[in-house]
Design a protein around this ligand. Structure first.
Ligand SMILES: [Mg+2]
Length: 400
């Protein structure tokens, strides 16, 4: 299945509510029939736009409150993650002092939830064993379980079940409190009866790159995803991709392609995209890489990818119907406000909406972008989120 097909199957637009609401995040009240219906909406990146290292960016709270007050739909669209949507939204609400509902956010890994049931029964991962990589402590395991995956393991679980899998013990103290016994521990006498992984999800930034890279590489080189085995097809020149990933190994998913992100340090820090590049490098060294015609087969979601924007637009349309009713004019314009040209701006510029909306990109100066010619040219540049929202309202000739 291609990633396009996969993400397109992410659920159809839910039947719109027949009632009209003003969304206050924590409660809703009936919308006056006299209200104007906006044919536009906003999408906000979070880090570097609304918050910077967890602190509110001036004007952010005021801008969201204004949109709520005037019943203008919006969505937070972030490549961040590592927490469940309800938890993440509660934190942002508290920091900004603006009530937000869980459906107001799409995180980098939110679309993974659609794979629990999958496009069909055959590809559903609900009862399969999924390897969840990255994030703080046990958080991503819990997020995956809240999404509905019933059989979740982490690289730490595999390491603690068999510490010889990675000979360095620096992280043993970290793992001892956050790991669980394997559902099907490796049989030392017969590795083929060992734990079988059916999908690999990099949910969030790996904290232990070394172990995570080792375990993912092991699984990709295995026979049918069984830990401790090695595929006999690896390196066979008569097979596609030189025999690599041709033996029933699980599919590899990355949720966030960002190479850099804005944190408390004065220079951007390597993100999940950095880990992917490192893994690609290892894979090329192990298999011969592109010079031998071998690629790392994987699916990458998150901004700037089309699938993530499609997923976000479906959620935005759903929220819009909930807020304004179902019998309303179509959504024409979406203003995507971001600080990262490579993800926010590239994504909005490249996105082709299957629902007929046009996305405009607004680059702000409060995050990763620090002046000069951006790598992707936005529709406009604004000093901060407040100026960006003002620009969007003015462009749509909104007078409240
Ligand atoms: Mg950002």
């Amino acid at each position: 299945m291609t990633s396009q097909t996969l993400w397109r199957s992410f659920g159809l637009l839910q039947r719109a509510s027949t009632r009209s609401f003003i969304n206050t995040g924590s409660g809703r009240r009936a919308l006056s029939s006299q209200s104007r219906i906006p044919d536009f909406a906003f999408a906000f990146d979070i880090d570097g736009v609304l918050l910077r290292s967890s602190k509110p960016i001036p004007g952010a709270a005021k801008s969201l409150a204004l949109l709520q007050e005037q019943n203008i739909p919006f969505l937070l669209l972030t490549n961040g993650g590592g927490k469940h949507e309800t938890e993440r939204v509660a934190e942002i609400s508290e920091k900004l002092q603006v009530p937000l509902a869980p459906e107001a956010i799409v995180q980098s890994h939110s679309p993974f939830a659609e794979l629990v049931r999958g496009p069909d029964e055959l590809s559903a991962l609900e009862n399969k064993c999924v390897l969840v990589v990255g994030g703080e402590g046990e958080r991503c395991r819990k997020v995956a379980q809240q999404y509905g995956f019933k059989n979740v393991v982490t690289p730490g679980d595999i390491f603690m079940a068999n510490p010889t899998i990675w000979p360095f013990k620096s992280f043993q103290n970290y793992y001892k409190d956050i790991t669980k016994p394997l559902p099907n521990p490796k049989d030392p006498n017969d590795p083929s009866r060992g734990l079988k992984i059916d999908a690999i999800f990099v949910f969030n930034d790996p904290r232990d790159w070394a172990l995570d890279a080792q375990i993912i590489t092991d699984v990709l080189l295995s026979s049918e995803g069984v830990i401790g085995t090695i595929s006999e097809k690896n390196g066979r020149t008569d097979l596609p991709n030189r025999g690599f990933q041709q033996d029933g190994q699980p599919h590899l998913y990355f949720s966030n392609p960002d190479l850099w992100w804005a944190a408390a340090y004065h220079l951007p820090r390597l993100g999940q995209g950095g880990f992917r590049e490192a893994l690609e490098g290892i894979w090329a060294a192990v298999t011969g890489g592109p010079s031998k015609g071998v690629e790392l087969k994987k699916t990458v979601i998150g901004k700037p990818h089309q699938g993530t924007y499609e997923f976000a637009e479906i959620q935005l349309l759903r929220n819009r119907s909930r807020l304004l009713g179902s019998n309303i004019p179509p959504l024409k314009n979406v203003y995507m406000i971001g600080d990262n040209p490579e993800s926010d701006i590239c994504g909005a510029n490249s996105y082709r909406s299957p629902h007929g909306s046009k996305w405009h990109s607004i680059l702000v100066r409060t995050g990763v972008y620090n002046g000069g010619e951006p790598t992707w040219t936005p529709t406009t540049i604004a000093d901060d989120v407040q100026k960006a929202v003002e620009w969007g309202l003015e462009t749509s000739k909104w007078r409240g």
